[in-house]
Design a protein around this ligand. Structure first.
Ligand code: CIR
Length: 256
């Protein structure tokens, strides 16, 4: 059975890292309820949910995506770019033990999983404030034996590559063109633009096995564009963790 690793929302989420949005108060109970609905969406797609216990002093620890990169035959434990997030990786590595052979990004490399977009045998990696040249070079060396090529993508104005672009179908990407130049970097893909009024809507979680994408209900105009393109959207209410600069890809690690 495929597995989704998640982690309970920390009671310290109000102290999360913020880069591109202003701090507003976050309701922990509401964030937890929305997180449970997100887990239910994954469960309805066939995933066994393995929810790690709350980390009361790690504010951003619900965003497990940033701590690992899952490949079919290995998992890479990252070294997150934000110092406050480095202690999140040990428990994720423990959860992945036995599921995949583990490899590790080492100092001075930094890499956030939110910057890593798997595209068949190619991995697009955002060069951002979180993922540095050394981290990307280490990733390139680690994945080469598994047949993956790494391509570095400059990202301007967004926290992570996957804030700006995600895959929503076999040959289709959802993109905010202000943050990533898809004509240069993803020229051979079909591209759907987010609605201009919804800059954060490019973060969608493609569930290939279910033939749908999980997408935040905060972005109905972009969801309508996806539907028009024949892509089935599974909306989840996710605005509370959105206040912590997190999207729908950030809250899980999926193992097929
Ligand atoms: C952070 O700044 O690290 C968190 N507040 C948000 C991380 C979101 N993760 C992601 O997009 N993969």
């Amino acid at each position: 059975m495929p597995i989704a690793i998640t982690r309970a929302v920390s009671r310290a989420i109000a102290r999360c890292e913020l880069t591109h949005i202003d701090r507003v108060s976050i309701d922990v109970a509401s964030a937890r309820a929305q997180h449970a609905a997100y887990e239910a969406a994954l469960a309805s797609s066939g995933y066994e949910i393995r929810c790690l216990p709350e980390e009361a002093d790690l504010p951003d620890s619900v965003f497990v995506e940033d701590t690992a990169v899952i490949l079919p035959d290995a998992a890479i434990i990252t070294r997150p770019g934000a110092e406050s997030r480095r202690r999140e990786t040990a428990s994720v590595a423990a959860a992945l033990e036995g599921l995949r052979p583990l490899l590790h990004v080492e100092e001075p490399g930094t890499l956030d999983g939110g910057d890593v977009l798997l595209l068949d045998r190619e991995i697009a990696v955002g060069r951002t404030g979180r993922s540095n040249a050394e981290g990307i070079a280490q990733l390139r060396r680690m994945v080469a034996p598994f047949g993956f090529a790494v391509r570095e993508i400059p990202v301007a104005g967004a926290l992570h590559l996957k804030t700006a672009v995600t895959r929503v179908a076999e040959r289709v990407l959802l993109v905010n063109p202000r943050w990533v130049d898809h004509r240069v970097h993803f020229a051979d893909w079909i591209v759907i633009h987010v609605d201009e009024a919804e800059p954060f809507a490019a973060n969608a979680l493609w569930i290939e096995r279910a033939g749908e994408v999980i997408h935040s209900a905060s972005f109905p105009l972009t969801a309508a564009r996806l539907s028009c393109a024949g892509i089935r959207v599974h909306p989840v209410v996710a605005d509370e963790l959105g206040k912590a600069e997190g999207g729908v890809t950030c809250c899980s690690l999926l193992l097929e």
